[in-house]
Design a binder for this molecule. Structure first.
Ligand SMILES: [Mg+2]
Length: 239
């Protein structure tokens, strides 16, 4: 049986509960800024439209169609347009304000994916633990600090630091080099089939696909799980 020494985790949606944390932040912002008066029917609609538009923007970011500045500067305008809000009635700096508050407050939220601490407590003395993330440099370490995830990890490899985004081999190469890991003893764990799984596989690294919604797919993966705690069984006797 193959054994591993180095575990690389994705952060958002794999350990840090982006959906729960972003949802809480957006619903709070909706009420605080009284966004109903611009024609957005309710907080849940605002959240849902944000999730939908944000997913599209991140897909564009991941293929290099837009950069992070475009995403940050235009995200709330695009959301407001998609929600049919009356942008003309909004104070000039509202969208800039919302974006700044969202980034700051969301990254300080603490919810993690079920089983995250259980898995990390199991792993901490058996493996070297690192993060590989395409998330923004300035918010990822804040998320790790506030959520309590930070204590488990040695290196946080961000795409900005590495100069390459997942699924590019460049970021995996950078991760191996800067952690002193050996690729044949390394495992990538993530929720994204393209960036985490195909990226690692093409680089020659084994992968665990965390697929909580059990999406159908035809990718070859080393191991697939629908709950994080299943990692413990998989890693038992592989460490
Ligand atoms: Mg992810």
């Amino acid at each position: 049986m193959k054994s591993y020494k180095y575990l690389f985790f994705d952060l958002d949606h794999t350990l840090w509960d982006w959906d729960a944390n972003a949802s809480e932040t957006l619903i709070d912002l909706y009420h605080r800024y009284d966004l109903g008066k611009y024609g957005i029917v309710d907080a849940v609609t605002f959240r849902d439209v944000f999730f939908c538009e944000n997913t599209k923007l991140w897909a564009d970011l991941e293929i290099g169609k837009i950069d992070k500045f475009f995403l940050r500067n235009n995200r709330f305008r695009i959301v407001m347009e998609a929600a049919d809000a009356n942008i003309k009635k909004m104070p000039e700096d509202l969208l800039v304000d919302l974006n700044a508050k969202f980034l700051k407050e969301c990254s300080q939220k603490e919810k993690v994916i079920d089983g995250a601490f259980e898995v990390l407590d199991y792993c901490k003395d058996k493996f070297d633990l690192h993060i590989i993330t395409n998330g923004f440099e300035e918010v990822q370490s804040i998320k790790m600090q506030y959520s309590g995830l930070g204590q488990y990890f040695d290196k946080i490899i961000t795409s900005e630091k590495a100069g390459h985004k997942k699924p590019s081999a460049g970021i995996y190469q950078y991760a191996i080099k800067h952690t002193g890991a050996a690729v044949e003893e390394s495992l990538m764990i993530g929720d994204n089939l393209m960036t985490d799984i195909k990226g690692a596989r093409d680089f020659g690294m084994d992968q665990v696909y965390y697929n909580p919604t059990k999406n159908n797919h035809s990718e070859q993966v080393t191991k697939e799980i629908s709950q994080l705690a299943q990692l413990i069984e998989f890693l038992d006797r592989r460490g």
